[in-house]
Write a protein that binds this ligand. Sequence first.
Ligand code: PMP
Length: 402
Amino acid sequence: MISDNNIRKYLKLINSLGLSSSDRIIESSPTTLIVKIKNQSLVNFSSNNYLGVSDDDRVKHAVKKALNIYGLGSGGSRLMTGNSKVQLELEDKIARFKGYPSAITFATGYMANLGVVKSIVRPVKLDFMSSGTRREDGVVFSDSLNHASIVEGVKLAGCEKHVYEHLDSDDLEKKMTLSNLKRKLIITESIYSMDGDIVDLSKIIGVAKKFNSMLMVDDAHGTGVLGISGRGIVEYSECAKEDIDILMGTFTKAFGGFGGFIVGSDQMINYIRYSANSYIFTAPIPPVIASGLIASIDIVINEPERIKKLWDNIYYFKKLLTEANINFLNSTSQIVPIFIGDEKKTVKTARRLLEDGYFTSPVIWPAVKKSEARLRVTITSMHEYSHLESFVYALDKNMKVK
Ligand code: PMP
């Protein structure tokens, strides 16, 4: 139980590190290339709006039109108050985009991860299960750097779990032998949200097949980014769709909006709809947002040049960083950790960059391990080469300040 004293100490620490969110109030749209903070224009290297669709006029038009029809809210949870046509259209659209038979949307990606693990691994004991069929609990094998929403989803499931070394399929294979439980679920991400490295999915699929395990992939940062048409990790890895049982994603990143989703087989999605508490007992993505998301998915489908520009920018930025001898860990994606290590120095560097006109986020413990602080830089299709060049110059200069 937290004491008053410890609450005060904690808040003081946040302030002393310069992490108080009141420091960085964005007065403009938070997703555009140029953002305004304290009346200063800054180049945005902090947004997950990877393809620049969030502020597109077509998206805004769709939202304005929908607002006039549907109003602001959703009215209540979908099982209680019914489905809006546009919510079903969004599920159909994202299922087709990802190439799966069915999709279910959640209020956020966090909710999707939070609810689904328990549904799969430790489902509610139904009446028919106690008469004759025994409920069989399962075991989870989770990558050590999986997102907090997965970690909490596993905790909520209250099941046996084993954590394997980050992206290490050999360690995963070793850990798979530690459990006697027959029903197994492996959980990995596609692009890791703080390190920017990408899973070798075919290796993970190999282990899943060997041990007859189910596989869940969080493709939050891969959707819209990986693969020639941005379909995500499955397109990028050229693996069979059926090899992934639960493919999760979010609308908050490349689609520039709000909400989460899971795609899979008809049966699996239908089951999740009637078993995941984080779907059943909370309000869904409101129709007005769903309408904007349909427009933004259309833009991603129809304008693949955005994905090409994003990757040109990623390669160019990495080339500049390499030339400047700046450590970006093993990132091979649009998420580029600029590794500094020391927490205070990282926060100071972010502040100096702010003064020079660049908006980046310092990331410190507990989001990453202690002494592994970094700036989390995100590259988008909105950047031009000139932005990347001047930013690397500013980074280099500010990282050298003692
Ligand atoms: N998974 C990963 C890997 C994420 O990075 C995030 C968000 N940062 C989420 C899930 C949660 O998504 P949302 O923002 O839609 O809640």
